[in-house]
Design a protein around this ligand. Structure first.
Ligand SMILES: NC(=O)c1ccc[n+]([C@@H]2O[C@H](COP(=O)([O-])OP(=O)(O)OC[C@H]3O[C@@H](n4cnc5c(N)ncnc54)[C@H](OP(=O)(O)O)[C@@H]3O)[C@@H](O)[C@H]2O)c1
Length: 380
């Protein structure tokens, strides 16, 4: 498949099928698997030199300044690079100002795509509705600082008011999509409304690698590995090709120059191979979100987000059944003590599981790993 493949957005812009992700993992300090902003500068520069022409970043990744430097130092004309950045949740009440701050950090006059990172506001903006934020986004169009506007982590539920009351159809919805979470119904919804699907964490995401000790179950999947062998490519390339052949762009992140290059060269999968991969999520225990903590984010649960938690055997339903092998694969990603009140863990409280707990109090960051039970977790 050509490395130069593009998709056309509803604005007429051409978006490279394979872009480059810049989320540094968590915590973004270069410790515990995360990369530093400086490492990110080098990664983005190397990615641009390797041929990437779409860079995906966000205010909350805290790398916009490093991304901006890499864009400049690459010497590639600005007009040849597609830059996406995102509005952070606490900024939902101040969209124009937040865009200005992102542009300043990026040292750019405009971004090609500006996304609402999550539908929910946070902090001072916690009561701002997705529609209110979208109406502010619409005002950006025409001021020459953004070429297109879109959303991320939206579902049919959170899209409803935007499509009903907004006057611009979002160009993109950036969501988690991979063979274990194919999001078929959501992609059909996007197609119906002319919204492009941009797949994040297309390789299973960094949380898997960071929190589960390099055991990325998706990259290790037997079917994916078998297909990769037959094409003499890596499982990662097969995963990316599957998404692109389904019409979604991908934004894999890699700090490794070889993987970075390989991710641009995708195999042409046959119909039968695509079908085998399409079927993967139907196997018991496979349908799951790999990139978002099970308790949701910024005070919104999966249900609030309108995510398809009850369709297919996902993490939540598995937790309720309390299967040991599946529970062992669970990780906990806890933002504060209030998150300990997770639902559906009743019968599993004494099951030993690996706990990777990242507690992030307001003023300090701390990280702890270990093996314990849910009871231990609740005692912390
Ligand atoms: N909108 C949102 O809410 C949201 C959420 C999550 C992510 N994102 C965006 O999506 C991007 C990608 O998602 P992600 O960073 O979570 O994860 P990802 O791209 O699915 O996976 C990245 C991980 O896979 C490894 N990797 C890269 N290429 C590989 C290959 N060919 N074979 C095996 N391993 C490979 C990387 O390690 P090495 O670096 O060592 O290669 C890294 O640990 C992010 O960087 C961010 O820009 C958006």
């Amino acid at each position: 498949m050509s490395a130069n493949k593009t998709f056309q957005l509803n604005t007429g812009q051409l978006l490279p099928a394979v872009g480059f992700g810049t989320w540094m993992g968590w915590p973004p300090t270069g410790t515990d698997g995360g990369t530093t902003a400086e490492e990110n500068y080098h990664a983005v520069l190397a990615a641009l030199r390797a041929g990437y022409r779409h860079i995906d970043t966000a205010a909350v990744y805290r790398v916009e300044e490093a991304v901006g430097r890499a864009l400049k130092d690459s010497g590639i004309p600005r007009s040849e690079i597609f830059v996406t950045t995102k509005l952070d949740c606490p900024d939902h009440g101040r969209v124009a100002d937040a865009l200005g701050e992102s542009l300043k950090r990026l040292d750019l006059d405009y971004v090609d795509l500006y996304l609402i990172h999550w539908p929910q506001g946070a902090g001072a903006a916690k009561d701002v509705t997705p529609l209110e934020t979208w109406l502010q986004m619409e005002k950006l169009v025409g001021i020459e600082k953004v070429k297109a506007i879109g959303v991320s982590n939206f579902s049919e539920k959170t899209f409803a008011s935007l499509l009903e009351k907004g006057s611009i159809v979002p160009a993109v919805n950036q969501v988690e999509v991979h063979p274990y979470l194919p999001s078929i119904q959501l992609r059909e919804f996007h197609d119906k409304h002319g919204i492009h699907t941009m797949a994040y964490s297309p390789l299973g995401g960094q949380l898997q690698t960071q929190l589960l000790g390099n055991k990325n179950t998706l990259l290790a999947d037997e079917v994916i590995s078998e297909i990769a062998k037959s094409h003499l490519v890596t499982p990662g390339q097969v995963l990316l090709a599957w998404n692109v052949l389904n019409g979604s762009s991908v934004i894999p992140k890699s700090a490794n120059p070889e993987r970075m290059k390989a991710n641009l060269e995708l195999p042409a999968l046959g119909k039968e191979e695509m079908k085998r991969i399409d079927e993967l999520h139907r196997s018991e225990g496979k349908h799951q979100r790999l990139a978002t903590p099970p308790q949701g984010l910024h005070g919104w649960s999966y249900q609030d987000l309108g995510w398809d938690v009850h369709r297919g055997p996902d993490r939540h339903s598995r937790m309720r059944r309390g299967s040991d092998s599946q529970l062992r694969r669970m990780s906990f990603y806890v933002r504060s003590r209030s998150c300990f009140g997770m639902s559906g863990i009743g019968e599993a409280r004494n099951t030993p599981i690996p706990i990777c707990l990242i507690a992030i109090p307001e003023a300090s960051r701390s990280c702890a790993r270990g093996v314990g039970t849910y009871r231990d977790l609740l005692r912390l």
